[in-house]
Design a protein around this ligand. Structure first.
Ligand code: ADP
Length: 464
């Protein structure tokens, strides 16, 4: 059977406290009892010494006389404490005997003590035994005293009260500790289990597609706080992904709709005989189909880059080499617009995926050509630092509005000026560029001024 974290924690804490309290009580009882026995035994020895010394002082050596009155007072006093004494003179003649004096009181004292001790210490098997002690004065024996008490030791009424009070304290502390542990355990368990239970509920909501849900409480426990942060982050990421997915579907549909509508209406008009299928009209349909093909190709390229991000085939490449090859391939486009091209830089080796870097430079250079009017100028400059290679592609073309700059790397984003179908592509080229550069651990920066030109700078780590 599965137990909840709350039940498990409460139970464990209560059990630990219970065992600890029990252990402390038992050990305290054993140790205190042991100490107490030692203390009582010592106290009894002292008491007998005291009796002997007090009695010894009651003899007047000059008059050779005992102060029987005082001995009587001593005898009666100690009788109430549980000591029954019998005093003998030098010639063993009885001077004072407690039993003779008050046998009924002696019997009652003995019975009381025996009963109390047998009740509390049944295994002690104690009895009243007598011990003889010499009474001396200045080293001379003057008599004997026989002291009889319950042995090996006995506890007075006060001693029992003290032990009982101690037991009551221990039991009370135990009960309080137990209750306290129950409350603390329950509170702690609640503190632990609440974020976990809530996280479970939230992940279930996330699984159902409710990505907007967030955990808005905080806990002081680091691991639980991390868990909460992770779950919130997961929800946020899924939400973003979901948004991107919807956006992508909408964008693709939007991009396809215009050329498809054009083709469809043109063909319809030709089929219905409204339009004669001239070469020019067929050419226009062909261009639209080409646009769709390019879009599909671009999308494929983006999908590949985004899914292959981690599978880069890194080799040692010379960036200048790649730039020269691309430029010679684009010679016709440059010539068509009468653009001048300046290339600056020396051999720069980096470790990177050749095809991908080729694609990045091709996209950036194609854009520079696309968005620079006839007779414009494009400059490519390659430089290096200790750990990086820097490629700058600068044109004096149409430029980009400052407000639009932050979005140009997003998929399907096209700055307003280029919304012209003739020049503008689908707005995927820079998204591919950014994906590739990010995968290489580099970064791409852009500076641009409307009608003055743009400058794209990519920084790539040399080591790949
Ligand atoms: P596109 O296929 O439309 O060129 P890109 O992702 O390559 O898509 O570029 C996104 C947008 O950024 C372009 O539509 C254009 O508005 C702007 N852009 C990119 N490069 C330049 C440039 N060199 N000069 C001016 N605008 C540019």
């Amino acid at each position: 059977m599965k137990r909840s974290i709350k039940a498990q924690l409460s139970l464990t804490i209560t059990l630990i406290v219970l065992v600890t309290v029990l252990l402390i009580s038992v050990l305290a009882n054993v140790f205190i009892n042991q100490r107490f026995e030692e203390y009582i035994t010592k106290k009894q020895e002292q008491k007998t010494q005291e009796i002997v010394s007090n009695l010894s002082q009651q003899y007047n050596a000059q008059q050779e006389e005992w102060d029987v009155n005082f001995i009587h007072t001593i005898g009666m006093n100690v009788l109430y404490d549980g000591y029954i004494i019998k005093v003998y003179g030098e010639d063993s003649e009885a001077i004072w005997d407690a039993k003779k004096h008050d046998i009924s009181l002696c019997t009652q004292v003995m019975a009381d003590i025996s009963q109390r001790m047998e009740e509390k210490y049944p295994r002690m098997n104690g009895t009243f035994t007598s011990k003889d002690f010499d009474l001396t004065q200045a080293g001379t024996k003057i008599g004997t005293v026989s002291i009889s008490y319950y042995g090996p030791y006995f506890l007075s009424e006060n001693d029992f009260q003290f032990l009982n009070a101690l037991n009551v304290i221990l039991i009370t502390v135990g009960i309080f500790a137990f209750l306290f542990s129950l409350i603390i355990g329950w509170l702690m368990a609640k503190h632990f289990s609440r974020p976990i239970t809530k996280t479970v509920a939230i992940t279930q909501q996330i699984a159902k597609g409710n990505y907007n849900i967030r955990f808005d409480e905080h806990t002081k426990i680091k691991e639980l706080e991390d868990l909460v942060i992770s779950v919130n982050y997961l929800a946020e990421c899924l939400n973003k992904q979901e948004g991107l997915r919807k956006q992508l579907t909408a964008d693709v549909a939007h991009e396809l709709r215009t050329p498809l509508t054009t083709i469809s209406t043109h063909l319809e008009a030709m089929i219905e005989g409204v339009w004669t299928p001239t070469e020019e009209r067929l050419q226009s349909c062909h261009e639209e189909i080409n646009r769709i093909s390019k879009l599909v190709k671009d999308l494929e390229g983006l999908a590949r880059v985004e899914s292959d991000n981690l599978k880069l085939n890194k080799v040692q490449i010379d960036i200048m080499d790649i730039i020269y090859t691309i430029c010679s391939n684009l010679e016709i486009e440059l010539k068509n617009k009468n653009l001048t091209l300046e290339i600056d830089g020396t051999t720069t080796y980096i470790k990177a995926d050749k095809d991908r870097i080729n694609q990045v430079i091709l996209n950036l250079l194609s854009n520079a050509i696309k968005y620079t009017p006839d007779n414009g100028h494009i400059k490519i400059a390659v430089s290096k630092t200790k750990n990086t290679a820097i490629v700058m592609i600068k044109d004096n073309g149409i430029g980009i509005d400052q407000e639009e700059l932050p979005f140009i790397f997003e998929r399907f984003y096209r700055a307003d000026k280029s919304r012209n179908r003739k020049t503008g592509g689908a707005g995927i080229g820079l998204a591919i560029v950014q994906s590739i550069i990010n995968a290489h651990g580099g970064e791409i920066l852009v500076e641009s001024k409307l009608d003055q030109g743009s400058c794209f700078t990519m920084i790539l780590p040399k080591g790949g």
